[in-house]
Design a binder for this molecule. Structure first.
Ligand code: CA
Ligand code: CA
Length: 660
């Protein structure tokens, strides 16, 4: 009956709700155990003397409904489906954050987003020095610890690199921008560059990075078959640029479909991930490690409405739409509505986890660390927020206790806040005027009916939880950003178009006559994209690599986009110079632009000049009749492709100091 439910369930799985807690059919271990002792002292293992191996495979962006076991009509995932039938499927596993880097931090550290050191999604924000992770927790027990894929918890040159947080080896991408390319000139292994033959960055090359990453992970398992190991596989497909070698067997399944080519590639990448899951499971069987290895497979954050069109408003594959019922999760990646948080999640352990089970326990990524602590007998750090879900996975008899539930779950992300308590979900959007909303997820999984007015007491309790849960972020630090910046440029390598320059060589604003950039101060700005660290201050920092981009999450702010700059003294200002972004993108490159000069930071009357900049990488300029003042307002009125954004690598102000 359970197996049937697994393969035919809808969400929320009606049968699943009957399986919560003690009614879930459990594997009964022979030994009687107590919760205070490590599990491995008690359950019968193939080798009683060693801890279980742990494999955690996490596919970047694979969405809740983009798997055939959930009934997806187009994407095929036969090995993952089989894993569902052989193990336990969660219907209410949630991300700890709705985007890559912050959720990886919650997963690795067991802290929720209100305590995490990585809360922005810039790609290289570091863990703090000495911060404990799953790997550093397991290492003292004799575990070999390997990570393969996308780290996202600290760029090279920072306190967050994985080899400083318990990993014997981490191979892949440290920075998330680097990870957008499957053909980068190099990958990183313990902060050292490993060249990939024949690659120039961008979208084609000789060496497909994901194959290298998978091969390294399988080799790690082979190399450590005689000792306990933790193999963390935060693999990048199907995220990034949608590239997969034409020769990959998964491509054959979709190549003749009448779909957009990127959608075909995306589906093939999911099926490739499915094959990779099979490769890991097959290797464990070959090495006779299956019965001593717990294998998790999961997504990372909620689905994004990719390849959407008029016909497919929720994305070509409907990542957040139940293919059987049409019921939707609201929003998607980047949002704290359910669409940003719901992830596929499975766990398999032959002989320990009974096949074909479904659990609707509500849990999230910070719970993995304490679960693995209980499993291995490791000591979890004292400052975690997660709750072990081991009783739900292995059963009461094996763990000696009932599964507890979260008192509440907490999320925050760039101005959004959310709290889950039982069936209740409280959500507050971004901005000073945002109000708390309340939803009953048992009745309204799509979060369409705000019932905050009907349940003020429940909401007040949850708002108090949110206040209790949030602390101000303390990030780790970079000793040097040189290597990190190099990794970000390696996404493009030498493959960028003729208008751009190879890494290390960019266009500059001509320095003649400039008010020295270091004397400029930003007074105010219309918006900035904090999530990607494209801060407004980047537009006047004198560094052509750093970019200001106006906000685009949770929604794009429209024109005008503007900055007000304090020159530090009065100048006779006669020219504005503008340097468009120097990476491969054009998003936000400014077309129509006005510049104002004034003696007061909040009074600008007539523009000193209006101009339309061209779509080009070299520095551009508008000269005008000199105007004296201390403050300059730069106002972008349109973008080169008509998009609602603005961006700038640099602005330069030309003028002469006025001696009053
Ligand atoms: Ca992701
Ligand atoms: Ca800059």
């Amino acid at each position: 009956m359970t197996k049937q439910c697994v393969l035919n369930c809808v969400d929320p799985c009606p049968a699943g709700s009957h399986f919560r807690g003690q009614t879930l059919i459990r594997f009964a271990a022979a030994a009687i155990v107590t919760a205070s002792l490590p599990l491995t002292d008690h359950v019968e293992a193939a080798d009683d003397s060693r801890q279980p191996n742990i494999v955690y495979i996490m596919s970047d962006e694979l969405a809740y409904y983009e798997v055939s076991y959930m009934g997806h009509p187009q994407i095929q995932t036969p090995r993952i489906d089989r894993m569902v039938a052989e193990g336990l499927m969660f219907t209410n596993a949630l991300a700890g954050a709705p985007v890559c880097a912050p959720l990886r931090c919650t997963l690795m550290t067991g802290k929720h987003a209100g305590h995490a050191s990585v809360r922005q999604n810039g790609g290289g924000t570091p863990l703090r020095e000495g911060e404990e992770t799953i790997a550093s927790m397991l290492k003292p027990l004799g575990y070999a610890t390997g990570g393969f894929g996308k780290w996202g918890c600290g760029g090279r040159g920072s306190t967050g690199v994985p080899e400083k947080h318990g990993f014997d080896v981490f191979f892949g991408y440290y920075d998330q921008v680097h990870a957008h390319s499957f053909y980068p000139p190099y990958l990183i292994r313990n902060s050292q560059e490993v060249p990939l033959k024949g690659n120039r960055g961008g979208r084609s090359g000789e060496t497909y990075s994901h194959y290298e990453i998978m091969n390294a992970s399988l080799q790690f398992i082979r190399d450590n078959k005689d000792r306990p190991f933790f193999c963390y596989l935060p693999i990048t497909p199907p995220h990034g640029m949608y590239d997969i070698p034409e020769t990959d067997p998964a491509v054959q399944l979709y190549k003749d479909k009448d779909w957009p080519s990127e959608a075909k590639n995306y589906a093939a990448m999911v099926t490739m991930v499915d094959r990779n899951v099979g490769e890991v499971l097959d290797l464990l069987k070959e090495l006779e490690l299956e019965e001593n290895t717990i294998v998790f497979f999961a997504g990372d954050n909620g689905g994004q409405d990719r390849f959407k069109s008029k016909e497919h408003p929720r994305g070509f594959f409907g990542p957040n739409v139940n293919p059987k019922t049409g019921v939707e999760f609201r929003a998607g990646k980047g949002s704290l509505y359910e669409g940003g948080l719901k992830i596929p999640s499975l766990v398999r352990w032959p002989g320990r986890i009974k096949p074909g089970q479904v659990s609707d326990l509500v849990w999230y990524q910070p719970d993995i660390l304490p679960t693995l602590a209980e499993l291995s007998g490791a000591k979890a750090p004292a400052d975690i927020d997660g709750m072990s879900i081991l009783p739900e996975i292995l059963g009461k008899e094996a763990t000696g206790r009932d599964q507890e539930s979260h008192k509440y779950l907490y999320w925050e992300f760039v101005g959004q806040t959310a709290v889950r308590m039982d069936q209740w979900k409280a959500y507050r959007g971004r901005g000073p005027k945002a109000k708390w909303e309340l939803y009953d997820l048992d009745k309204d999984i799509s979060e369409t009916s705000d019932i905050a007015g009907d349940y003020p007491d429940a909401l007040a309790t949850m708002v108090q939880f949110a206040d209790d849960a949030h602390t101000d972020v303390v990030e780790g630090v970079f000793h040097s950003r040189t290597e990190h910046e190099r990794d970000r440029w390696a996404k493009y390598g030498t493959s960028r178009d003729a208008n751009s320059k190879p890494p290390g060589k960019v266009n500059l604003i001509p320095p003649e006559g400039l008010v020295t950039p270091s004397t400029l101060k930003l007074v105010r700005f219309s918006s900035e994209n904090r999530g990607n660290r494209k801060f407004a201050r980047n537009a006047i920092d004198g560094n052509p690599y750093t970019i200001w981009h106006s906000q685009f999450l949770p929604k794009a702010e429209k024109h005008p986009h503007e900055l007000v700059i304090d020159l530090g003294a009065r100048y006779s200002v006669r020219e504005l110079r503008y340097l468009a972004r120097q990476d491969n993108g054009w998003n936000g490159a400014i077309a129509k632009c006005e510049v104002y000069v004034s003696d007061a930071p909040d009074e600008f009357e007539e523009p000193a000049a209006s101009t339309t900049f061209k779509k080009k990488r070299t520095s551009q300029s508008v000269e005008f009749k000199p105007v004296t003042g201390r403050y300059v307002l730069i106002r972008a009125l349109s973008e080169v492709s008509g998009q609602p954004w603005a961006s700038a690598a640099e602005f330069g102000i030309v003028g002469e100091r006025v001696r009053d």
